[in-house]
Design a protein around this ligand. Structure first.
Ligand code: ATP
Ligand code: MG
Length: 429
């Protein structure tokens, strides 16, 4: 016997009953995305490393230290397990010219990979729901996306998660702010930690989102990008804010919310809660008008967000909301192994009529006593037992017994007419 094999650290198995919560989440996503006319996109989990170096940004934590990269042994190409999916979506949009006839609204659900220290709400394989609107320049689409995320949380029974907004304006405005920011930090060089000293040259904007408590005061007094915005940028930002207010989305401005990458512009936002400890950001996004060009495409305005599914489902649990598992309509009790040939077509007819049925399965030679099968039927949560006993089968019948309503009512039904009586098993709740 070798060592027991276990999942890779920070990568989780998701199985029943918890997986029902994931399906519940996905059903809400599909319904809402459909209602907002977003189509789904599925891109590969592996991309060329260069895509993320360029598209996520060389000076981000992700590219500096979190990527799972490897060389394809067969041809020496540098590949990476996607740490996020905006670069992949934009790459696909350029490759297939998805915006040739106007804007495209897209969403995806899938695993992302980052080499982080595993802890609550932070895993090495985690799942994101993402929404991206490609080819739209107007503030109304920024607002549409934020309202979409907010509406999803509402539908999941998670109202009131606060939305922090900021505007990064346009490149020339960020350039002026950058000069002021560097001058400010240089005046206080002695207070900068090692990370900040390094970023002062590469990406000073990112010093603003430091998590170091010792630097909070310094960062709090730094020049704010908002003060450098011109009229057009302010107008765009105001339009987003008033649309959110019109939808009663609880927003506030956080001047320190920065994405810290040059291809971001105008609106950036995060959905934040205090109910999950340190990992309280459920969703983050913004406008990335410069990304298409950076990846070799035609200039194309775009905006999007990514939402951490584990964190959202954790908030569902923390708020004490339980997701009802799917209920089973019927359990098929089969006392004789020889009866299965008659049982199968009946179950097929019931399932075709929308009834869920779990079939008893034995151990190969034996099927188990009636008593033990009834125990399983009870444990399954089914509302009816279908008893395919020899006596019934001989007459072309099956016994239907109510398990949950306390009545124990029993009727017999014709095997050949299962499609007709199926409706009597339907749940009425
Ligand atoms: P954080 O500041 O928490 O590291 P981030 O800025 O790296 O987040 P994004 O790249 O914006 O996160 O990803 C969007 C969302 O994906 C986050 O808001 C979060 O909900 C989720 N997320 C990010 N990293 C992880 C992870 N390692 N495990 C679980 N969820 C994650
Ligand atoms: Mg991170």
């Amino acid at each position: 016997m070798g060592r027991k094999l276990a999942a890779v650290k920070g990568m989780n198995d998701i199985y029943p009953p918890e997986s029902a919560q994931w399906e519940w989440f996905e059903q809400h996503v599909r319904a809402l995305m459909g209602a907002c006319a977003y189509g789904s996109i599925r891109t590969p989990i592996v991309e060329y490393t260069q895509l993320f170096v360029k598209g996520t940004g060389e000076t981000t934590d992700i590219v500096e230290k979190e990527m799972y990269s490897f060389e394809d042994r067969l041809n020496g190409e540098q590949l990476t397990l996607r740490p996020e999916n905006t670069p992949g979506v934009v790459r696909a949009a350029i490759e297939h010219n998805l915006t040739y006839d106007g804007g495209k609204r897209l969403y995806y659900i899938g695993p992302m990979f980052r080499h982080e220290r595993p802890q609550r709400g932070r895993y090495r394989q985690f799942y994101q729901l993402g929404a991206e609107a490609l080819g739209f320049a107007g503030a109304e689409v920024d607002a549409e996306l934020i309202v979409l995320a907010s509406e999803l949380l509402d539908r999941l029974g998670l109202p009131g998660v606060r939305v922090e907004l900021n505007s990064l304006g346009v490149s020339s405005e960020r350039q002026q702010h950058r000069v002021a920011l560097i001058a400010y930090f240089e005046r206080h060089a002695a207070l900068l930690d090692a990370d900040a000293q390094r970023r002062l040259r590469t990406n000073p904007l990112r010093i603003l989102d430091t998590k170091n408590p010792a630097m909070q005061e310094l960062v709090g007094g730094a020049p704010q990008l908002l003060d450098f915005l011109g009229e057009a940028s302010l107008k765009h930002f105001d339009a987003v804010k008033s649309l959110l207010s019109a939808c009663s989305v609880p927003w506030s401005v956080n001047p320190r919310a920065v994405r810290g990458l040059d291809y971001y512009s105008h609106t950036v936002f995060e959905f934040v809660t205090d109910e999950l400890g340190a990992q309280g950001t459920l969703c983050g996004g913004g406008r990335y008008d410069g990304l298409f060009e950076l990846l070799g495409g035609k200039p194309t305005p775009a905006v999007g967000w990514g939402m951490g599914i584990e964190r959202v489902l954790e908030l569902v649990r923390v708020r004490g909301q339980s997701v009802a598992p799917a209920t089973l309509d019927a359990f098929a009790i089969v006392p004789e192994p020889g009866a299965y040939a008659l049982v199968f077509p009946v179950l097929q007819a019931l399932r075709a009529a929308g009834i869920s049925v779990q079939m008893h399965a034995g151990t190969g030679d034996a099927v188990g006593s009636m008593k033990s099968q009834f125990r399983r039927a009870d444990a399954s949560g089914a509302r009816y037992a279908l008893v395919f006993g020899a006596a019934e089968l001989a007459q072309g019948m099956v016994t239907v017994k109510a398990l949950r309503d306390g009545s124990g009512t029993q009727t017999t039904r014709e095997l050949a007419r299962a499609g007709e009586w199926a409706c009597t098993l339907q749940s009425h709740t």
